[in-house]
Design a protein around this ligand. Structure first.
Ligand code: G6P
Ligand code: ZN
Length: 547
């Protein structure tokens, strides 16, 4: 028998390591990866460090917390700050890392992927600014496990337990986050709005993920909304067998409740609490519009931004340019970064960015270094309270959107996902399309000369702060009226390939502002299917998810 334990080469992806639970259960697999994290911890390394640990409550979180503490202590970690019962939303971890000046955090989540023994688990490392580790750190994560000392920590009781020079502090992860929320938003204004508009109905759906207790604390205990304003707000290890992703397809229970109960404000967050969806009985707020509206009202309505001002705005490349229009109006810079929240972190640390968002239901600000589902929901509530200040008649989400479009015009946006496509077929389609982008697409016209291709390329980003270059970030086909078709292969799927096609079209004719999105974008969608030959390559006639 070899004396050396076999080294597992486990390379994390863009959002840490995500695999089936049963993979993590293999002998030494989790241990190896956790050791890899400590090996790769930025200088001065794990010795005497403080590390925050917690997860979204999915199956295997509690077991993984125990493994991390053991291996961490063996690596010289001085103190762990752990969420009670292992519960910690992703934004709450980011907040506690920053607040307690910890050296980093380990997040146990596979985000919006289903949970339970037959589904997914994940481990992600965040650095001392509270944000996801940059590639320089994730690339360094490889290792073997060491002989482990035995500790068994009771993480159900709040308090600190000492082990010689080491300690574990179990905290109520809800309370710190709640304190942060109160510091950012005008809770009194929201409360007085709720009092003066008793007809206003809200429904927050925790999708059985981690945000349930956060939602209850804020919407019920603090704001005093009726108990039936929250649903699926007890975290379950298997998320109730559901897919905890806040979009029109997977948050189907919320969508049908909002329609059948005629709810004014419906909202949901994903398994680990960093995504959000906002919807009402008569409107679905596309995330690309959501961030633009929040940015437009921030300085007027939200105390945090009244104080700090807007230092800059940003979006990921596939996200629509609605926020760009807000930036121009407010005279601030807007940055276009590749898909992935980590790209916003450098801009925030450099004091150049206040509010940003992605089409993938991620919205947030520089209050932490993760996107933040509950933050976005409370931001919208704060804005609703602000616009209704002197209005006896309820000004709802649809009215706010209408006003916004009248001011800026509308960037119609939709994303089509083709999930679990055969990887070879997806790669072939993508590389052939890329070749087309650089050979012959420009100048082609469609529907007479209504749509003429003005440029086509593969998005490349140079970080303005550290000048690192990220290539191959998605194919962009831009028409001469500014309409766009963007094609990417998802970096977060767990089986096969996911092809994403994003559509964007600008409209400012008053009578065309409130059209159905799919109707408005139909010509562009037909053009994309023609150019990409998607059906020919993949056999797919329809997308699996439309947002
Ligand atoms: C995660 C990342 C986001 C990203 C999203 C979709 O939530 O944090 O930044 O937009 O996944 O990524 P994908 O590569 O699947 O389009
Ligand atoms: Zn998530």
């Amino acid at each position: 028998m070899s004396r050396k334990r076999k080294k597992a080469r486990i390379k994390p992806g863009t959002s840490g390591l995500r695999k089936k639970v049963r993979v993590f259960l293999k002998p030494n697999y989790t241990e190896n990866f956790v050791q890899a994290i400590f090996d790769a911890m930025p200088a001065p390394g794990p010795k005497d460090s403080v590390v925050v640990v917690g997860g979204d409550g999915r199956y295997y979180v509690k077991e993984a917390v125990q493994i991390i503490i053991k291996i961490g202590f063996a690596n010289g970690v001085k103190k762990f700050i752990v969420g009670q019962n292992g519960i910690f939303s992703t934004p709450a971890v980011s907040n506690v890392i920053r607040k307690s000046k910890a050296d980093g955090g380990i997040l146990l989540t596979a985000s919006h992927n289903p949970g339970g023994i037959d589904n997914d688990f994940g481990i992600k490392y965040n650095i001392s600014n509270g944000g996801p580790a940059p590639e320089s750190v994730t690339n360094a994560i490889f290792a073997a496990s060491k002989s482990l000392s035995q500790y068994k920590i009771d993480i159900s009781k709040i308090g600190t337990v000492n082990f010689g020079d080491h300690s574990v502090e179990v905290i109520d992860s809800i309370e710190d986050y709640f304190t942060m929320t109160k510091e950012i938003f005008d809770m009194d204004l929201i409360k007085s709005f709720i009092k003066s508009h008793p007809e206003f109905t809200l429904l927050f759906d925790g999708l059985n993920g981690v945000t349930g207790p956060y939602g209850k604390r804020i919407f019920i205990d603090e704001l005093g909304l009726p108990a039936n304003s929250i649903d699926q707000c007890v975290p379950l290890e298997d998320f109730g067998g559901e897919h905890p992703d806040p979009n029109l397809t997977y948050a189907h229970k919320l969508v049908s409740n909002v329609h059948s109960k005629q709810i004014d404000f419906g909202a949901a967050s994903d398994g680990d609490g960093d995504r959000n969806m906002i919807i009402s009985k008569d409107w679905f707020v596309n995330p690309t519009d959501s961030v633009a509206v929040i940015a437009d009202y921030a300085k007027l309505a939200i105390p945090y931004f009244k104080k700090s001002g807007i230092k800059g705005l940003a979006r990921s490349m596939p996200t629509s340019a609605a926020i760009d229009r807000v930036a121009h109006q407010h005279g601030v810079s807007v940055y276009e970064v590749p898909t992935g929240w980590k790209f916003f972190g450098n801009l925030m640390d450099a004091g150049k960015l206040s509010i940003c968002g992605e089409e993938s239901f991620g919205t947030g600000s520089d209050h932490i270094r993760e996107k933040d589902g509950i933050w976005a929901v409370v931001a919208w509530l704060n804005i609703i309270a602000y616009v209704n200040k002197d209005s006896p008649k309820l000004i709802g989400i649809k009215d706010i959107m209408n006003t916004f479009f009248e001011k800026y015009g509308r960037n119609y946006f939709s994303r089509y996902d083709y999930e679990e496509v055969d990887s070879d077929a997806a790669n072939r389609m993508y590389s052939d399309l890329k070749a087309l982008c650089y050979g012959g697409l420009v100048g082609q016209s469609f529907l007479g000369d209504k749509f003429v291709i003005a440029s086509a390329d593969d998005f490349e980003y140079t970080d303005p702060i550290d000048h690192s270059v990220s290539k191959n970030q998605g194919l962009r086909i831009v028409f001469d009226d500014g309409s766009r078709i963007v094609v990417r292969l998802s970096g977060t799927g767990s089986s096969g390939a996911t092809i994403r096609i994003y559509y964007e079209m600008y409209e400012n004719r008053p009578e065309h502002l409130m059209m159905d999105t799919q109707t408005a974008l139909k010509p562009l969608i037909d053009i994309a299917l023609q150019i990409t030959k998607l059906e020919e390559y993949t056999g797919r006639k329809e997308p699996t998810v439309i947002t």
